[in-house]
Design a protein around this ligand. Structure first.
Ligand code: NAD
Ligand code: ZN
Length: 350
């Protein structure tokens, strides 16, 4: 349960779709129309299964581009056109079916269609354990990622872990970076467990459930305390200052978000002199995170973007630092110190 402005439940497991005819029956019954906004690739793989579970509930489906391309003004408008053509009203219900990108654009559509209609998040990526909880919605502007959006909580999150089995390896890595981020900012024992993982293939369904549940719990607790990001919610940006700079420098889509976050966390840990820095670098290495990018990208190429980060003010360099697991804090770092730390990280990576 997430105690936001509008509280809602996050359900995770293999049978969560049974809730359509149970806990969420009233919500579905009261909808005059149900529209699924689905990532086209996810629809290819899993739409049939979702429709089968909806059973008697008739839903119309609108396919949106796979992944980040969906977070465009064009797709946003196309979704609205579809809803209007379908005769949707303020009593209609949206289902967001896909990864974080789908969730972000579908949530934004839900928050703006006739000033807001309910929506259910049906996330299909590991990373979406993060993005589907917390109610941040967004599309991208040419001048910046996530620059247009709202805070708008879903009516529920139904997270079916069966769908994760078709994820390509780099998307598994991407999502696991946000999982381990949640461990770093909350719990050393859990972190130690994750750092033991030598290959994500060795994780069982039970392991996935456990780690995803813990990640969701950390995210939900922070969102509850600070729904609109005035304070502690900033800690969720651990690793993100450099990550956003790397994504912007390489071009969005050239590296997955989570892989960039892993590099950003390596940097933030090194900057913080966290005792787990070397362990984390070794974990990144065995699990295939692209650490070589740190050697390929110079500090000069990223520093400008880091100064422009949403969380930075007036060209200063702001980081979430972590000297001890579970105790993140914000710090402004001067450019020379940030550059030295970048060099030190490069040496550690070797
Ligand atoms: P994504 O939605 O772009 O999906 C990644 C790729 O995986 C896509 O090609 C997609 O088609 C494919 N895919 C999705 N599910 C699949 C499945 N089950 N099997 C096979 N392929 C599948 O990526 P993401 O990593 O889930 O989300 C990234 C987005 O989330 C970014 O736009 C980021 O800004 C956003 N985000 C939002 C928040 C938030 O709080 N709102 C938090 C973190 C990230
Ligand atoms: Zn992130």
């Amino acid at each position: 349960r997430v105690e936001a402005d509008h509280p809602y439940m996050v359900h995770i497991g293999k049978d969560v779709f049974n809730l359509f005819s149970d806990t969420y029956r009233e919500l579905l019954d009261s909808a005059d129309r149900i529209v699924i906004l689905a990532d086209e690739k996810v629809a290819d793989l899993h739409l049939e299964s979702l429709l089968a579970h909806l059973g008697p509930y008739k839903a119309s489906v609108f396919l949106i581009p796979s992944g980040e391309q969906a977070k465009s003004v064009q797709t946003f408008m196309d979704c609205h056109s579809f809803l209007l053509e379908e005769g949707c009203s303020r009593k209609s219900l949206l289902l967001a079916f896909g990864g974080g990108a789908t969730g972000d654009v579908a949530g934004f559509v839900a928050s703006t269609f006739m000033r807001g209609i309910p929506y259910i998040q049906i996330p299909t990526t590991i990373l979406a354990h993060d993005s589907a909880v917390g109610g941040k919605t967004a599309i991208n502007h040419e001048l910046g990622k996530n620059m247009i959006g709202t805070f708008y909580q879903p009516a529920a999150v139904l997270y079916n872990i069966q769908f994760l089995k078709t994820l390509p390896p780099q998307e598994v890595r991407s999502g696991m970076a946000e999982v381990i981020k949640h461990a770093f900012i909350s719990n050393e024992a859990w972190l130690a467990e994750l750092l033991e993982v030598q290959s994500f293939n060795e994780l069982t369904d039970e392991d996935w459930m456990l780690h995803l549940e813990r990640g969701i719990a950390v995210k939900a607790a922070i969102v509850e305390e600070d729904e609109f990001e005035g304070g502690v919610r900033k800690y969720l940006n651990f690793g993100h200052t450099l990550a956003h700079a790397i994504e912007a420098h390489l071009g969005y889509g050239k590296i997955t978000h989570g892989e960039a976050v892993a590099l950003g966390m390596a940097y933030a840990l090194s900057l913080s002199a966290h005792p787990r820095t070397e362990d984390f670098l070794a974990w990144c290495q065995v699990n295939g995170y692209p650490l070589e990018k740190i050697q390929e990208i110079s500090f000069e190429e990223v520093v400008g973007y880091m100064k422009k980060d949403k969380k930075s003010s007036k060209g200063s360099l702001n980081f979430v630092l972590l000297e001890k697991t579970g105790q993140p804090y914000m710090k402004t770092i001067d450019e020379a110190a940030a550059e030295t730390a970048y060099g030190q990280l490069r040496e550690k990576i070797g």
